[in-house]
Design a protein around this ligand. Structure first.
Ligand code: XAN
Ligand code: ZN
Length: 483
């Protein structure tokens, strides 16, 4: 089958034809074959025709349902070995740290911040440099299928606003956070807010900018971003909580990533009882709060976080790179906490949520190896289906986007990726020898033709990369194409 190019002047409507795969539940993927998804001019899914026997029948059915004339529609058809998958959701990523991916040596969190991270972030007050870094970051993450990213920018307001502008123009759904660091004795003198008052003022400035460029926060939303408890004062956190309540905004921060960090929090907030209590007593544990890492949470902290309906971003690449530890996803699920995935660049070494999903399975296996009881050990391992849920619907729920994105349903927006795997022919070569049918390198995944769909997905998870991400759409707009 031939994949139709989108015309440079897109038509009003689109119909995607082929196989659609998405999470039905945490445990189960749904495979919808011979299907058509109709997308309206606003990027919303208007109709779906499922299991029609052939793509022609699916196309006819969806045109009948919508009443659209064929001439008004751009058709996008899966090629051999291709399928549509929901766009990935990165619930925790530092756009400002993108140039440092892979550069962490043997450091752990607190020395890594001092040595690698604060100097880079502070240098992005140079707007030309910020433009270069942020453009590369947004383009790179889009190319890996990340349709929604929850970004930390820096303390600098103009650079943060620039990141929001770029997300809007490049078409990535994003939460953009100006980083609050108002605790003078902890934050480096060259990289911090001048005062608590200034910190809150700057947070509001960034919110006002985003409101101006995207008044309904349709694509880009501000997110309140106290860096982590050690870098913020009590007054600063209380002030952010007041803004949160007034504006009903999301919040992101870090929690319990590293033992030295936890000790620092306990020293700075004596009598608080726990790291989670520090945020809670300053009004920052809300249903719209995403807490990154949560590696060393206690039972009581998990119970508190669950009772506040706050969410957790699991960042396995980062937790391994900075030797922070292993977050217990299934334990958090059992506590009733919603969990998504974060790349946490550049604590994490990769811009890819597929890589984060892969590492989530491996981290769960490292946890399993510490369990004596065989049944419990098996249960603790995360499955392919579960980590792909974390990467899509789980992330959407963490960000309050569960009704908008994360799967293929009528009424949701089309945030999706077209995945192509390499099809091995009878001579052992792939079409075009080393290239797929489109003349583009199909990457590491060789499909021999006898694999079930479940096996193809497992091969994609464990060996896939951005070469398999052929097209990416956000709100129906084509935002990345490998051609
Ligand atoms: O992984 C992390 N990355 C950061 O930039 C950071 N700041 C505080 N705590 C952090 N953890
Ligand atoms: Zn982080």
């Amino acid at each position: 089958m031939v994949l139709t190019r989108l015309a440079s002047e897109p038509k009003k409507f689109q119909v995607l034809l082929g196989t659609f795969i998405h999470s039905k539940s945490r445990a189960e993927l749904e495979y919808i074959h011979n299907a058509a998804v109709a997308v309206d001019e606003g990027g919303k899914i208007a109709a779906i025709a499922r299991e029609c026997g052939s793509l022609t029948a699916a196309r006819d059915e969806v045109l009948k349902q919508t009443g659209w004339a064929e001439g008004d529609v751009d058709m996008v058809e899966c090629g051999e070995g291709q399928f549509f998958f929901p766009g990935f959701i990165d619930t925790h990523v530092h756009a400002s740290q993108y140039p440092n991916v892979g550069i962490f040596g043997k450091s752990t969190l607190l020395d890594w911040l001092e040595k690698y991270t604060f100097p880079l972030e502070s240098s992005l007050s140079d707007l030309a440099k910020a433009r270069k870094v942020y453009t590369a970051c947004v383009r790179r993450t889009l190319s890996h299928g990340t349709t929604t990213a929850t970004y930390y920018a820096t303390v600098d307001v103009p650079a943060t606003n620039l990141l929001a502008d770029l997300c809007l123009s490049l078409g990535q759904r994003a939460f953009v956070g100006r980083v609050c660091m108002d605790r003078q004795e902890i934050c480096p003198s060259y990289y911090r807010d001048e005062s608590t008052e200034q910190s809150l003022h700057n947070a509001k400035e960034s919110i006002a900018h985003i409101k101006k460029i995207d008044p309904s926060y349709d694509l880009v939303s501000p997110i309140l971003t106290p860096r982590f408890a050690p870098s913020c004062t009590a007054e600063g956190m209380n002030g952010l909580s007041a803004i949160q309540k007034k504006e009903n905004l999301p919040v992101q921060t870090h929690i319990s990533e590293n033992k030295g960090e936890i000790q620092l929090v306990s020293d700075l907030y004596p009598g608080s009882g726990s790291y989670a209590n520090v945020y809670d007593s300053h009004g920052l544990l809300t249903p719209k709060t995403v807490l990154a890492h949560a590696v060393h949470l206690t039972e009581d902290e998990a119970t508190l976080i669950s009772s506040r309906q706050s969410k957790v971003s699991h960042c396995p690449c980062s937790n391994s790179s900075l030797t922070s530890g292993e977050a217990r996803v299934r334990w958090m699920w059992e506590k009733g906490i919603e969990v998504g995935l974060g790349t946490d660049m550049s604590g994490g070494y990769s811009p890819s949520i597929l890589e984060a999903a892969r590492q989530a399975t491996l981290t769960s296996r490292h946890l399993a190896m510490q369990i004596e009881d065989e049944a419990l050990r098996e249960k603790s391992k995360l499955t392919v289906e579960e980590v792909l849920y974390l990467a899509t619907r789980g992330g959407a729920l963490c960000l309050g986007l569960g009704e908008k994105v994360g799967g293929f349903e009528v009424g949701k927006q089309l945030d999706a990726q077209l995945i192509g795997l390499g099809c091995v022919q009878d001579d052992g070569l792939r079409a075009g020898e080393g290239e797929d049918a489109e003349g583009v390198d199909a990457g590491n995944v060789d499909v021999f033709g006898w694999e079930s769909w479940e096996e193809r997905i497992a091969k994609w998870l464990y060996n896939g990369d951005d070469r398999n991400t052929k097209r990416v759409w956000v709100r129906g707009r084509l935002v990345h194409s490998r051609r």
